[in-house]
Design a protein around this ligand. Structure first.
Ligand SMILES: *[C@@H]1O[C@H](CO)[C@@H](O)[C@H](O)[C@H]1NC(C)=O
Length: 409
């Protein structure tokens, strides 16, 4: 009898295991207005800042999490230190390497500061999803690096660390993939207002009526960086190709970043693009657009306008569209919603900034870094297994905040 009972219990827990396996994990994404950074809930009221180029999950370690016994020479420790952040000490195991515990170097994506920290086990409390709504709560076990609270400088209030979303093994998507037995991919839909959504592990795409016809471009790896890169062949302003050398675009590539709310451009790309944009904006009144009145620029931007003279349409301020023609043939279109930032009441600036302090020629600097504002209200499907990025701008009448987080539809 006892044996039958035991078998029944075993069978039931096996069934539970099978049914809890394979469902992707959902998190609401909130934009912090003070910093323009995006956060997701982590557990017990704490949240983590999303860093699409981040290698690790890190958090301050208050709350008695269990330290992970990971040796300095272990593959996990190598993964944690696969891409030393600029300015962080180069990790070393010393000569008696087998005895030393692993030290990771979490870094702050905004300030660039880093600190040494040990690895510990913690949990990501979230809901599984069928792609449309939450299904049931899960605690996903994750390995995170411990950071001192001073590393939280410049991050949103209430956040206790960073969730890295890079393609590497200790970034959050890959950890969710192994814990939940789901694909190593994630969907990101960054909001402009109320919560947007992140889904780790694939599954049916939300907004199927639109996402069925998503465009794809290859995700490319770039030596020395864990960030996600894509390739652009050309940049157009309206229908005119901006005279930028294809080589300059190809060697640097286009990096995706949630660290900054604007586009950073390598100088060989910046100048021709800004000139083309200004020229196209000046020509717009012929199409019935108002005459944009330039105002004193607000750093770090060079071109700022009086918002009363810009005009609005469903795509944001009425300014020329900027199109990145990507590998694979489709265009990533930036309308006024994604190419202008409001810097203060009455003033909006063109969200393009020249990359400073980078060396010419060697191709190590990205040609273009797209920031948070350029990805907002886009459904982005980062697929590290198929090495491709799906992208789709949601129509103007909806947006990333239209995801339904209520459990019953
Ligand atoms: C899971 O979803 C339900 C229903 O929307 C919500 O009330 C709950 O807070 C969610 N849990 C977590 C951990 O996000």
């Amino acid at each position: 009898m006892a044996r039958v009972l035991l078998l029944l219990v075993l069978a039931a827990s096996l069934a539970a295991l099978v049914s809890s396996k394979g469902l992707p994990v959902l998190a609401p994404v909130t934009k912090d207005t003070a910093t323009s950074l995006y956060t997701i809930p982590f557990h017990d009221g704490a949240s983590l800042v999303l860093d699409v180029a981040g290698l690790l999950v890190w958090s301050t370690c208050e709350g008695g999490q269990s330290p992970a016994e990971i040796a300095c020479s272990s593959p996990t420790c190598l993964l944690a230190n696969a891409y030393p952040a600029p300015g962080c000490p180069a990790p070393t195991c010393g000569s008696d390497r087998h005895d030393k515990p692993c030290t990771a170097y979490p870094s702050n994506p905004v300030t660039g500061a880093c600190a040494a920290g040990s690895l510990f086990h913690t949990r990501f409390a979230a809901n599984t999803t069928d792609g449309n709504k939450p299904v049931s709560e899960v605690n996903v076990r994750v390995l995170a690096a411990c950071a001192p609270s001073k590393l939280l400088a410049s991050l949103p209030r209430g956040s206790t660390g960073v969730a890295g979303l890079a393609g590497s093994g200790l970034a959050l998507p890959s950890q969710v993939a192994s814990a939940q037995k789901v694909a190593n991919k994630f969907l990101l839909c960054l909001p402009t207002g109320g919560p947007g959504v992140a889904i780790f592990g694939g599954g049916p795409l939300p907004w199927p009526q639109f996402t069925q016809s998503m465009d794809y471009t290859p995700l490319v790896a770039k030596g020395g960086s864990p960030a996600h890169y894509i390739s652009a062949r050309s940049i157009k302003v309206e229908n005119t190709r901006v005279p930028i050398s294809e080589r300059a675009l190809a060697t640097g590539g286009v990096m995706l970043s949630t660290r900054l709310p604007y586009v950073l451009l390598y100088r060989d790309v910046y100048r021709p693009l800004v000139d083309a944009f200004t020229k196209a904006l000046a020509a717009q009144p012929a199409n019935g657009a108002p005459v944009a009145r330039a105002v004193k620029p607000v750093a770090p931007f060079e071109l700022c306008y009086d918002t009363k003279t810009l005009g609005n349409n469903p795509g944001g301020y009425w300014v020329p569209n900027v199109l990145l023609e990507l590998d694979g043939g489709s265009d990533w279109a930036l309308t006024g919603k994604n190419s202008m930032v409001d810097v203060k009441p009455g003033t909006a600036c063109v969200a393009f900034v020249e990359m400073k302090g980078v060396d010419a020629g060697d191709g190590s600097a990205p040609a273009v870094i797209l920031g948070g504002a350029q990805m907002e209200d886009f459904v982005l499907d980062f697929d590290m297994e198929k090495k491709r990025l799906g992208f789709l701008r949601l129509p103007h009448f909806t947006g990333c905040s239209s995801f339904n987080f209520a459990r019953s539809t």
